[in-house]
Design a protein around this ligand. Structure first.
Ligand code: SF4
Length: 370
């Protein structure tokens, strides 16, 4: 697949000493409202410093993003960053089981091109990456949810994590951090928050150097979304798996709690060995970390009629297996349809991965299987 990313290679003096690719959007749109916020102006300054073309809009609506040709609309949207303000509805948080008590958003959309992107089922319209300028309001709003959680806080096994806030439901916040700085601000916010709280996000990127020295105080758990090597061709525009694992090692050495989000699990060829190889690689990256605080989340592939339609329009040539006849149809608790793997296959994968995690990563806690 042709990547739509403008890539720049940076070599940094870190313990990783590996090149990192960062996204450079082709268009940066800024609304007038976004410029009312210091954080919005800082994002624009970052974009200007990178030499990116800035379009200052006359009103606060993003228009002109649709195109008769769906491929062109997709390509243009994926190359566009919009600096906007989060609408008031974003400040009314929703629970996000099984990951966290609450979901909050620093941005919406992602510049990568994963053929199984979970955003396909939740976002509508052209997939522009919208980043929020009213960061102070977004972070200031979290306080009123302290101690109110009904997901992890209500779980005997996870209540010790405090009130948990998930920041990667609608975006990959690390993939755009070089343009926003929002994630660093959130990590600082949680580090300074004198309360039992946890910021959580998961990522398929690896540029963690700006995070290593932040005063996180162990209150941010950074998980890496990883998959068997055979699935790498589904993950266009993300950081290579080895870089993600290396980044996890660097963060663990910097004292962060870390995690593996193994997702979406697929019965790729020789899947038992393929996932064991992945777990061995993860173990190797943590070999020098004393008592790593590692969690594992196991998420099998599923799709809905809606997400399948969107993904087929975004990636018409994909070989991602999404045949309903090979799946079990289930109803979600909201009454909508989803397609998961048949029960026997689910049981086999679950038993194997649970056993392999115990062998390869005996210090890890499996948070959930779904
Ligand atoms: S990195 Fe995550 S959010 Fe971004 S395209 Fe891939 S699956 Fe979607």
């Amino acid at each position: 697949m042709t990547l739509l990313l403008t890539e720049e290679t940076h070599t940094r003096q870190t313990d990783r000493r590996r090149p990192t690719r960062l996204w450079h959007p082709r268009r940066v749109l800024v609304t007038p409202e976004a410029l009312d916020h210091a954080h919005g102006r800082q994002i624009v300054a970052r974009a200007e410093a990178l030499g990116l073309p800035i379009e200052r809009l006359k009103n606060n609506r993003l228009t002109g993003l649709r195109d008769e040709n769906p491929r062109r609309a997709y390509a243009q949207a994926k190359a566009t960053l919009a600096v906007v303000t989060a609408p008031p509805t974003k400040l009314k948080l929703q629970p996000i089981p099984p990951s966290a008590d609450w979901r909050f958003d620093l941005a919406e959309g992602c510049p990568a091109h994963c053929q199984y992107c979970y955003l396909a089922g939740s976002l509508s319209g052209p997939p522009v990456t919208r980043v929020y300028a009213n960061l102070d309001a977004i972070l200031g709003n979290l306080e009123s949810y302290l101690g109110q959680g009904g997901v992890t806080s209500a779980s005997e096994a996870r209540a010790a994590e405090g009130t948990t806030f998930e920041a990667s439901c609608y975006t990959d916040p690390l993939g755009i951090e070089h343009l926003t700085g929002s994630l660093s601000a959130a990590i600082r916010h949680f580090g300074a928050w004198e309360a039992p709280v946890q910021l959580r996000f998961t990522t398929k990127f690896a540029a963690v150097e700006p995070l290593l020295d932040l005063p996180h105080r162990g209150r941010t758990r950074i998980r890496f979304s990883v998959n068997a090597a055979a699935a790498a061709h589904y993950e266009g525009g993300t950081a290579p798996l080895a870089d993600r694992l290396s980044a996890m090692g660097a963060l663990a050495r910097a004292g962060y709690p870390v995690g593996l989000t193994i997702a979406p699990i697929l019965p790729v060829q020789d899947w038992p060995d393929a996932y064991d190889v992945l777990l061995r690689a993860a173990a190797a990256t943590l070999a020098e970390v004393k008592e790593p605080d590692l969690t594992v989340e196991l998420i099998t592939h599923r799709f809905t009629p809606g997400s399948k339609t969107v993904l087929e329009s975004w990636y018409p040539g994909s070989d991602l297996p999404m045949r309903e006849a090979e799946r079990t149809r289930k109803l979600t608790k909201f009454g909508s349809v989803k397609y998961v793997f048949p029960n026997e296959l689910m049981k086999a994968i679950r038993a194997h991965l649970t056993e392999r995690v115990a062998v390869r990563l005996p210090f890890a806690r499996i948070l959930y299987w779904t």
